[in-house]
Design a protein around this ligand. Structure first.
Ligand SMILES: NC(=O)C1=CN([C@@H]2O[C@H](COP(=O)(O)OP(=O)(O)OC[C@H]3O[C@@H](n4cnc5c(N)ncnc54)[C@H](O)[C@@H]3O)[C@@H](O)[C@H]2O)C=CC1
Ligand SMILES: O=C(O)/C=C/C=C(\O)C(=O)O
Length: 479
């Protein structure tokens, strides 16, 4: 059985506690690796090595730092197969998805920020008697804390801009899916990344995660995960006046208008609802359909959902793998019970399905579709983060916007219509950080990424991430 290690000061390092916990394959329910249970001592070593590395790393030219990121990006590409297998084993997601989305995006994150930093510039302002220019300095030792749903994809999405801008990083992957972060340590060693520039600590959120957040030497935190955890990080960071970037949950609406291309919309929304088993913060979970096409949409949507194949993640024909853990499966199931208690009609999801012998104990769930749920019920308001979606109706544009905005969350939305004026008008009024028109999760890494309301604070992506990880300093010269 593989024993994972922390990555501290450029070396694979066992935890001070000498204690480990289980890494479980959700598709088989079998333990396949042991995860270090890190504590304050490990954090102390990681911070010391990061502080030691900072003066030199931050003094390198942008191009020199970019070259390291490109090496890492290339090594991720070279090891795509191994990394994808590891990601699928750790998360339960289809191997095909890991090969085509997760790992290529991890490589692209490194490459994107390598190029971005060489093009990064700051403002200057010429006035009547003075000229001002702004320097953007690295902050120091920063933390990146990431979740389990897109492990290497989101881990690198944070680490890449933090390193590119000259910071040294303490990074913590989710304890539920730590495996590709461990493999990334090996990639960084192979790439010759200077010691201490990146440190990866494994362990639980309440222990090592909380220690990182409590530590005053950590000058900024980029976090993706649940809203409850995000709130805790904000509460602890506020008195320290520490910079934080929070990418939190979503309860994302999709608005389907009578003038949409029905076939494409149904297909797009099956993907938006159930990609990665519905375990993406951007997944559509409330679908609002214009009354006049409700029945037609429902028929087409259900036909496609029922055709989704759930099962062995290694099989190329599988559309949905296992949910990430038994605890998460139980959480999602409890929402299915709740939806029924709230008066919802289950349209599909409870059919019998066959699993291969080795997957019999895995955490599989068919995609569930409900209708007849009121907008204010918990099923339509709380983040489920699994393969559960509700179909709802609206009468007109005004009502569609009202229903979509009746939410504590504000991450992503999608609008499906062939009337582009209407799409722009609605896009402008929807309270979400991201609006997709006739598509979903079409990502350009240059765009601001993040949510409003309880979906987070700040934006990542492109220049936003480079600005987040730097401290602006204005210099004024009088003529
Ligand atoms: N991007 C998103 O929107 C995500 C949302 N979620 C939502 O959150 C729910 C809970 O999932 P979890 O895995 O428990 O998410 P979480 O928010 O607990 O975990 C995310 C990361 O934060 C760390 N963490 C946990 N508690 C911490 C603390 N006190 N201080 C510092 N770091 C801490 C975890 O170890 C992990 O690395 C899910 O059911 C889902 O609804 C989960 C993952 C991603
Ligand atoms: O950056 C992206 O393309 C996707 C981000 C997704 C999340 O932050 C999430 O699901 O947690």
């Amino acid at each position: 059985m593989e024993i994972l290690a922390n990555y501290i000061n450029g070396e694979l390092t066992p935890p001070h506690s000498s204690e480990y916990f289980d890494n479980i394959n959700p598709a088989t329910a079998k333990i396949f690796a042991k995860i270090p249970l890190s504590n304050e001592e490990d954090l102390k070593s990681a911070i010391e090595s990061a502080e030691k590395a900072f003066p030199e790393w931050s003094r390198l030219s942008a191009k020199e730092r970019a070259d390291y990121l490109i090496k890492i990006s290339n090594l991720i590409k070279d090891n795509l197969e191994e990394l994808a297998i590891a990601e699928s084993k750790d998360t339960g997601k289809p191997l095909q998805l890991a090969k085509t989305v997760d790992i290529p995006r991890a490589s692209a994150n490194m490459e994107f920020f390598a190029y971005a930093i060489t093009q990064f510039s700051s403002e200057s302002h010429a006035g009547k008697d003075s000229i001002n220019y702004t320097l953007r300095k690295p902050i120091g030792v920063v933390a990146c804390i990431s979740p389990w749903n897109l492990p290497l994809y989101l881990f690198t999405w944070k680490i890449a801009p933090a390193l590119a801008t000259g910071n040294c990083v303490i990074a913590k992957p989710s304890e539920i899916t730590p495996y590709t972060a461990y493999l990334l340590s090996k990639v960084c060693i192979k790439a010759g990344l200077p010691k201490g520039v990146l440190n990866i600590l494994h362990g639980t959120g309440p222990e090592i995660g909380n220690s990182i957040v409590q530590n005053k030497k950590i000058k900024a935190i980029s976090f993706t995960g649940g809203t409850t955890t995000g709130r805790k990080i904000a509460e602890i960071s506020a008195p320290m006046f520490r910079k934080i970037s929070l990418e939190l949950g979503g309860k994302n609406p999709a608005l389907v208008f009578a003038d949409c291309d029905l076939e494409k919309t149904a297909e797009g929304l099956v993907r938006a609802s159930f990609a990665n088993q519905g375990e993406i913060c951007l997944c559509a979970s409330r679908i609002y359909i214009e009354e006049s096409i409700y029945d037609d949409f429902k028929t087409q949507f259900l036909e496609k959902v029922k055709a989704l194949k759930v099962g062995n993640p290694s099989d190329d024909s599988t559309n949905m793998g296992a949910l990430v853990s038994t605890q998460h499966l139980e959480k999602v199931k409890s929402y299915i019970t709740l939806a029924k208690d709230e008066g919802g009609t289950l349209l599909c999801g409870d059919e019998d399905f066959e699993l291969e012998e080795k997957n019999k104990d895995g955490y599989f769930l068919r995609p569930h579709v409900f209708e007849n749920l009121p907008n204010h019920c918990r099923t339509n308001q709380e983040e489920i983060f699994g393969p559960v979606v509700s179909l709802n109706t609206f009468k007109n544009e005004k009502e569609a916007i009202k229903l979509a905005n009746e939410s504590e969350y504000g991450l992503a939305s999608s609008i499906w219509t062939n009337d582009l004026s209407k799409a722009h008008r609605i896009g402008n009024q929807i309270e979400t950080g991201i609006v997709w028109i006739n598509c979903w999760m079409n990502r350009d890494l240059r765009t601001p990424f993040g949510g409003m309301k309880n979906s987070g604070l700040g934006r990542e992506g492109g220049l936003e991430a480079l600005r987040f990880f730097t401290e602006p300093k204005n210099i004024c010269i009088q003529y």
